[in-house]
Design a protein around this ligand. Structure first.
Ligand code: AMP
Length: 180
């Protein structure tokens, strides 16, 4: 059963259901755990609907960033009758990939995308749970460009305002449901 009333605002819903975990995964990091929102039937539908509404009709595929971005992107692709791309941590995709190295709030990493999953010029909406420094989304945008996509925009549930990730990204429509 859902803990969310249909008329509850997205901000109230996120304030209530997002779990904030201090000093995880390392000291000084305030981890925003959205899994209680994903686990709520109304919560998941509401955040996915709000993320895709501003981009209605402007994208052909949704790209999810491993791992929590997959939850949002799969639901968004289903709801918008489009398909989904998985942008994964290095070494997980079985076929030929493009690879990009990046840094994030608590470490660094590499992302990959399959080389041949869509036609050049395909319009792709990028979804993830949290925008922190912008390193991860920035990496995804570079990969999509390498693979020939046209980025339709970026949607994130939470934007950590003090890290100013938005300023690190190229000029692209970026929607966040809540700035924290
Ligand atoms: P960044 O590349 O610094 O923008 O970090 C964004 C990525 O790291 C997203 O995929 C998030 O899932 C994760 N992330 C970074 N910081 C946090 C945080 N404080 N709480 C939850 N997830 C985070």
């Amino acid at each position: 059963m859902s803990l969310v009333a249909e008329n509850e605002s997205i901000i109230d819903l996120l304030d209530r259901l997002c779990a904030v975990v201090p000093d995880y995964p390392s000291p000084g990091i305030s981890f925003k755990d959205l899994t209680p929102v994903f686990a709520d039937p109304t919560g998941l539908r509401r955040i996915v609907d709000e993320l895709i509404a501003p981009f209605a009709g402007t994208f052909d595929l949704v790209a999810g960033l491993e791992a929590r971005g997959f939850v949002l992107a799969a639901a968004a692709a289903y709801a918008s009758d489009t398909g989904m791309l998985t942008i994964r941590k290095a070494g997980k995709l079985p076929r030929e990939t493009f690879r990009d190295d990046y840094s994030l709030e608590y470490g660094s990493g590499s992302l990959e995308i399959h080389r041949d999953e869509f036609e050049p010029g395909t319009r792709v909406l990028v979804l993830d749970d949290v925008l922190a420094t912008g390193g991860t989304v920035g990496s995804a945008l570079r990969l999509l460009e390498l693979a020939g996509a046209q980025v339709a925009g970026i949607g994130v549930v939470l934007e950590l305002e003090e890290l100013n990730g938005r300023a690190q990204l190229p000029e692209t429509k970026l929607v966040s449901l809540q700035k924290v």
